[in-house]
Design a protein around this ligand. Structure first.
Ligand code: A2P
Length: 279
C-alpha cells in the first residue's frame, strides 16, 4: 500500500484510501493552503461539502495546482436545506461552479432527511447518469436509513461516509455496508477538533513502539481495516505527516488493542446522532 492506493467502489471507480478533509476549514487562505499543501504532499483525494462553505477555495486551490483533473478525486455533498426545499439539482450545479469543475468524483447526501431522502436520491441518480458525478453515495446513514433507501434505489450507494475512529469504531455498520457492497469512509478519523483521542495512553504506547505519532497509528488502523479516511488539518507539517502511513504495519495485537478502545458512543465534541440530529 502507498499514498496512491485506492479502493474500487461498487461501480468500478477507484477512490484513494487517504484524502484531505476540510470540515471546519475557513473559506479563503486556510482552505486554499490546506488543499494546496495536500496536493503538493501527494494527496489525490479532497473531501468537501456545500455546508462547509469552502468549495470556492477548494476549487481555486485545485485549479491553481495545475494538476490533471483525472488525477484527482473530489467529493462534495448535498446539504439538508436543499433537500427540504427541493433545490437539489441547483445545489449540485452551484457546487460544481464553486469548485470550477465539470464533474465531481463523488456526490453524497450529507445527512438523511426524513421524508426527503428518496426524492433526493433520485436527483443524485440523474446526476450520476448525466456523467457529472462518477459515483454517488450517502453520509451519516445508519442501517435503518440504508435499508429504507435500498427499497427504492436504482443505484446502490457507492459510499457511506460515517463518523468513525477508535473511540467509535462502528464495526456493525461497517460490516453491514461491506455486505451491501458500500464502501465506508471515516470522517473525524482523528477524533475531531477538540477531541481527546490523540491523548489516549494505549494508543500512545502503540505509537511509541512503532516510532510514529498517535495520528499516524490511527490512520494506519483505518487503512489496515480497509476504511477510506479523510483527516483534516490546516497545518502543512501535519498534512505531510498524515501521509506517512506506509512504513509500519500494525500487528494483530495492535489492531485488537485499538479496536478495544471503542466506547460505542458518539463522543464529544461531535456527538451528532443521525437519528436525532436537528441542525
Ligand atoms: P489542525 O487542523 O489544527 O491540524 P479529524 O480529522 O478527526 O476531524 O481531526 C482533525 C483534528 O486533528 C484537527 O483539529 C486537526 O487540527 C488535528 N490534527 C490533524 N492532523 C494531526 C496530527 N498529525 N497531529 C495532531 N493533530 C492533528
Amino acid at each position: 500500500m502507498n499514498l496512491h492506493s485506492s479502493k474500487t467502489l461498487n461501480n468500478g471507480v477507484k477512490i484513494p484510501f487517504l484524502g484531505l478533509g476540510v470540515f471546519q476549514c475557513n473559506d479563503g487562505d486556510e482552505t486554499f493552503n490546506a488543499v494546496r499543501w495536500a496536493i503538493e504532499a501527494g494527496y489525490r483525494h479532497i473531501d468537501t461539502a456545500a455546508a462547509y462553505g469552502n468549495e470556492k477555495s477548494v476549487g481555486q486551490a485545485i485549479h491553481d495546482s495545475g494538476i490533471n483533473r483525472d488525477e484527482l478525486f473530489v467529493t462534495t455533498k448535498l446539504w439538508k436545506e436543499d433537500m427540504l426545499q427541493g433545490t437539489q439539482m441547483k445545489a449540485f450545479e452551484k457546487s460544481l461552479k464553486l469548485l470550477q469543475l465539470n464533474y465531481v468524483d463523488l456526490y453524497l447526501i450529507h445527512w438523511p432527511v426524513p421524508g426527503k431522502t428518496l426524492e433526493s436520491w433520485k436527483v443524485l441518480e440523474d446526476i450520476f447518469k448525466s456523467g457529472r458525478a462518477r459515483a454517488i453515495g450517502v453520509s451519516n446513514f445508519v442501517q435503518r436509513h440504508l435499508d429504507f433507501l435500498l427499497q427504492d434505489a436504482k443505484i446502490v450507494p457507492a459510499v457511506n461516509q460515517i463518523q468513525c475512529h477508535p473511540y467509535f469504531t462502528q464495526q456493525p455498520l461497517v460490516a453491514y455496508c461491506e455486505k451491501l457492497g458500500i464502501a465506508c469512509e471515516a470522517w473525524s478519523p482523528l477524533g475531531g477538533t477538540g477531541g481527546n483521542l490523540l491523548d489516549d495512553l494505549v494508543l500512545k504506547k502503540i505509537a511509541e513502539k512503532h516510532a510514529k505519532s498517535v495520528a499516524q497509528i490511527v490512520l494506519g488502523w483505518d487503512l489496515q481495516r480497509g476504511t477510506i479516511t479523510i483527516p483534516k488539518s490546516t497545518h502543512q507539517k501535519r498534512i505531510i505527516a498524515n501521509t506517512d502511513l506506509y512504513t509500519f504495519k500494525l500487528s494483530k495485537d495492535d489492531m485488537k488493542a485499538i479496536n478495544e478502545r471503542n466506547q460505542d458512543t458518539r463522543p464529544y465534541p461531535i456527538g451528532w446522532d443521525p437519528d436525532h440530529i436537528d441542525f
